[in-house]
Design a protein around this ligand. Structure first.
Ligand SMILES: [Zn+2]
Length: 511
């Protein structure tokens, strides 16, 4: 089963309307981190709910109660989570879609060249600028575009769909974990009934040329280590006569990691499998060079000249980074002070089978034994840790095969090249345009250096395969000023999401 031509044509023929839809969404400043914008976040939820309902989705806005601020409920209501379903055909697989309708804050004065909450469409550069265009309103509307096309054409969707759209993603996903757990516990009675696989479109390609699929995210264990001694900050005239907390802390922190990124904590690599030949090959194939890493870092500082080594360092190996010291003199002035109490901050990025809890035990044991070796009279007051687990998915699952096929095949079988509406007059209007370089490729399979907690929530609560299928490119600037999505990525991306559903229908085992 491949995506019907009528569906692909619909996206091509309605480009202007689909862009107008994004324009409407961007105009609602649904900034979840700003209490003053809470009504806008709710307005965005209502807008999206209406869109879903219009195209046949049975959806509801589930209230999440009051936001917890500093441990106590505030009088600020959380924005709702939208849950929805369309289709209940037992012969079809069921796909759960996640996205978020809230955005990061943005102000023109931050350095935007256009108003962040007015979609700026630049046809000649194939670009649409505005907050949320790539993270995550563009991808969410990609799904809505798929729904509209099928609704308008009277074509049955190839799968049953379930939706979960949240409004607090940019503010710690408050309320999501509990709701997903509750809904999962309802089994067949809940919105996640019979879910076979999950698709999240909330990441970007690694670069600007090659589509990608993300199959892993590193976890994190963030440490605060506090050492104290003197009753108050001392004049450095005391230097030489007392044990100094800062000297002890720096001695400890210097024992955590080498300059070439090897972690020195005993047992920290336990269970982390060395990469197989096949896996190294996967890294060598990724369209991302050592130079790309250095460009992204803004300096010629890659850990090695070997591409696989550098990419594995970022994506599949644990790492430890030192972040700072609280309580230290931080200004530029010459200050002759011996700080009385200092807190060192560092974090590890984790990969399976490492867990934050296990890493905490190893770090704590090591730091205490190294501290004892210092023979200092200062006190190692506390070692605190906050953490989140890593996630790595089976990328040989049909869910990935479907996403990969949709990326490759939707081009070849339907010759999308040149099918975008010519009245745009953009660079993608001609068959020889730059568009030919997009999506005619096998997607890169990669893991991200950072974390997306929601992925873990679904993995834990539903236990189904999750694919992270991006719409936008690596230079979209999610969370940054002048966030954009390419027009071609938005429109072709809508086709991609639709084509993916057809591939799932084709590849999912028949029950
Ligand atoms: Zn996002």
């Amino acid at each position: 089963m491949v995506a019907p031509k009528a569906f692909l044509d619909f996206i091509d023929d309605h480009g202007k309307e689909l862009i107008d839809r994004l324009k409407e969404a961007v105009a609602i400043p649904s900034v979840s981190g700003d209490p003053a914008r809470r009504e806008d976040v709710k307005r965005m939820a209502a807008w999206l709910l209406e869109q879903l309902g219009r195209f046949g989705v049975n959806a509801e806005a589930v209230p999440l109660g009051e936001q917890i601020v500093d441990g106590t409920p505030s009088d600020l209501d959380l924005p709702p989570i939208l849950l929805g379903r369309i289709g209940a055909d037992p012969k079809k697989p069921t796909v759960l879609i996640y996205g978020h309708y809230d955005v990061q804050p943005a102000q023109k004065s931050d350095g935007w060249t256009t108003e962040p909450f007015e979609l700026h469409v630049d046809y000649s550069n194939d670009k649409m600028t505005g907050r949320g265009t790539t993270d995550d309103k563009g991808p969410v509307l990609g799904w809505v575009n798929v729904l509209e096309a099928h609704h308008a054409l009277g074509i049955e969707l190839p799968v049953n769909l379930r939706f979960c759209f949240e409004g607090m993603e940019e503010s710690g996903c408050e309320g999501l974990d509990a709701l997903v757990a509750e809904e999962a516990a309802k089994g067949d009675q809940g919105y996640f009934d019979n879910v076979d696989c999950i698709c999240i479109s909330d990441t970007c390609w690694l670069n600007t040329n090659t589509p990608g699929l993300t199959y892993g995210l590193r976890g994190v264990a963030y440490f605060h280590v506090t050492i104290s001694g003197p009753g108050a900050d001392l004049h450095s005239g005391f230097g030489g006569s007392v044990f100094e907390p800062m000297t002890d802390l720096i001695a400890l922190m210097s024992k955590l990691v080498t300059s070439d990124a090897r972690i020195l904590i005993p047992g920290i690599y336990d269970g982390v499998k060395p990469a197989s030949e096949e896996e190294i090959e996967l890294y060598n194939k990724i369209d991302f060079s050592v130079a790309d890493v250095e460009q992204a870092a803004g300096g010629k500082i890659a850990i090695s000249d070997d591409k696989a080594t550098v990419l594995m360092g970022r994506m599949r190996n644990p790492s430890l980074s030192l972040h700072g010291i609280v309580g230290a003199s931080s200004g530029v002035e010459t200050k002759t002070v011996i700080p009385a109490r200092v807190t060192g901050k560092f974090s590890l990025r984790l990969v399976p089978p490492q867990t934050p809890e296990d890493v905490k035990i190893k770090v704590e044991t090591y730091l205490r034994s190294e501290f004892a070796k210092l023979n200092t009279k200062n006190t190692l007051e506390s070692i605190r840790m906050e953490g989140g687990s890593a996630w790595v998915e089976d990328y040989k699952h049909y869910n990935y095969e479907a996403a990969k096929n949709a990326t490759e095949v939707s081009r070849l079988e339907h010759s999308l090249v040149g099918r975008l509406p010519t009245h745009f007059g953009g660079p993608f209007a001609s068959p020889t345009s730059s568009l030919q370089e997009i999506w005619l490729k096998t997607p890169d399979f990669f893991r991200e250096g950072g974390s997306i907690p929601v992925t873990l929530t679904f993995a834990e609560k539903l236990g189904k395969n999750i694919v992270l299928l991006p719409m936008g490119r690596g230079d979209d600037g999610a969370h940054s000023t002048n966030e954009k999505v390419n027009i071609s990525n938005y429109l072709q991306g809508s086709k991609l999401l639709g084509a993916y559903l057809y591939e799932v229908a084709k590849l999912a085992p028949k029950t």
